[in-house]
Write a new protein. Structure first.
Length: 420
């Protein structure tokens, strides 16, 4: 049976966690395939807020086995905290959580290097979540990293010390930053005990067996397409493959097994951290979006930058991911806007284009189009009685992106979702 994918089409925080949780009742396996605790996926279960960083968002569905894939980078400290936070609500969480032996470990010094590197960049900083993501993936691709499977080896401590020496040499190249390595290391080794207790698998074989047995698998992306290390606004990106292709490398699933790609986009745009954001609003309208949408980071609490929906960017994301169904979230945030705007083309080198340029920071201006807002609550509507203005907005998105909108999210709650 097939693998379906849910991933972000913008700069992250599109509401992926909520949609994965909603759709997870149709699957028996939910897997995270990349990223790490830089992610913050918010779910409301029985009115209670949960933010997941490493655990897949299928954990609250009793029939779902949740897999942390090889493409994910794991900080055992964060993972231990997350497990503790979900256990009261999900007593069998440990029974339904599997970790790939090939997932890489975030060491305390990865966070240290992240901090020192960002600090040294000054005004050019990436705006990293400082969770050690970049340095951990550097060790992975540099062929120095430690993996979950290594903690089961008798010589693990030696491997750790060897890598730590490398890190200390690297740290010396940066101006000094405050980081209590000894304390962080102590906490890290304590938290390894929780990781030792988790079920570890060679996930590629495990998932292949599940596919043969006819199970339905859902792959959950973290971050978003514009933060992808290849196709995002490089260098202001994260260090993993956030797009559909990342499902194959991050889980060991062959491309031919992928069926639906459900792309999640907010009805407007947000970004945390630095880097180009063509439709950003630095005025009262941006402030209104931030307030209405409660746009503050789920992981770091930082205020998110806000702007209008960028159709040029969205179409690009549909292309690189092969999106088969669009899900537009946070439509309710626009309930009180008289007019809603859309970015439709960029001026680059004095020429108008509707393609994302090589360097998005070279965009000179952005052409917007405007539609009337619906000025009403969406609490009691469905796809058969949508306000005409909502239909007009969706038509515009569908035409521009050549992809159908199948889901419209109208609130943070699990069931505040319209399905076509
Ligand atoms: P993720 O990282 O993509 O899972 O998204 P986050 O959880 O970081 O951010 C999305 C935020 O929007 C969370 O606070 C969600 O509870 C909230 N949210 C999700 N969908 C909707 C929606 O349709 N309407 C509103 N108002 N909030 C939503
Ligand atoms: P979810 O899964 C939004 C951003 C950071 C920074 C850049 C690099 O919740 O959508 P990193 O910590 O990876 O070195 O940061 O990427 N970023 C996110 N922004 N949502 C996320 O995850 C993000 N994960 C990383 O703000 O600009
Ligand atoms: Mg988030």
């Amino acid at each position: 049976m097939p693998v379906d994918v849910i991933l972000g089409l913008q700069w992250g925080d599109e509401g992926k966690g909520k949609i994965v949780d909603f759709l997870a009742d149709q699957y028996t396996v939910v897997c995270r395939f990349q990223g790490g605790p830089n992610a913050g996926h918010t779910l409301y279960i029985d009115g209670v807020k949960h933010v997941l960083h490493t655990i897949p968002s299928g954990i609250f569905r009793p029939q779902v086995v949740n897999v942390i894939g090889n493409g994910v980078v794991i900080d055992p400290i964060t993972l231990e905290k997350e497990i503790k936070a979900v256990l009261p609500k999900v007593p069998d969480a440990l029974e339904r959580l599997l970790v790939s032996r090939k997932a890489h470990l975030i060491l305390p010094a990865h966070r240290w290097i992240d901090l020192a590197s960002e600090n040294a960049k000054g005004k050019d900083k990436i705006g990293s979540t400082l969770r050690g993501i970049g340095p951990c993936y550097m060790d992975k691709t540099g062929r120095n990293g430690l993996r979950v499977g290594d903690i089961e080896k008798p010589g693990f401590d030696k491997l750790y010390e060897k890598l730590k020496l490398k890190h200390i040499q690297l740290i010396r190249q940066f101006p000094e930053v405050e980081f209590d390595e000894a304390h962080e290391e102590k906490v890290w080794f304590e938290s390894l005990e929780s990781l030792r207790q988790l079920k570890k698998v060679d996930a590629e074989y495990w998932l292949s067996d599940k596919l043969k047995e006819g199970e339905n698998i859902l792959a959950e992306g973290a971050q978003g397409t514009m933060l992808d290390v290849d196709f995002g606004t490089y260098p202001f990106v994260t260090s993993s493959s956030t797009i559909t292709a990342g499902v194959c490398t991050g889980l060991g699933i062959p491309p031919g097994k992928i069926r639906k790609v459900i792309g999640i986009a907010k009805a407007y745009c947000t970004r945390v951290g630095s880097g180009p954001f063509p439709s950003e609003l630095l005025d009262d309208v941006g402030e209104k979006l931030r307030k209405s949408g409660n746009e503050f980071g789920s992981t770091t609490g930082r205020p998110r930058r806000c702007g209008w929906l960028d159709l040029v960017q969205l179409r690009y994301a549909c292309i690189v991911n092969g999106v088969t169904e669009l899900c537009i979230t946070k439509a309710d945030v626009l309930n009180d806007f008289d007019n809603i705007s859309f970015a439709e083309s960029y001026k680059v080198n004095e020429q108008w284009t509707s393609e994302v340029p090589y360097d998005m920071s070279e965009i000179q201006s952005v052409q917007l189009s405007e539609l009337a807002g619906w000025k009403q609550s969406l609490a009691d509507v469905n796809f058969n009685n949508l306000p005409s203005q909502v239909i007009a907005c969706m038509d515009k998105i569908e035409k521009f992106c050549d992809t159908k909108v199948k889901y419209l999210s109208t609130g943070p709650g699990r069931n505040e979702l319209l399905v076509k």
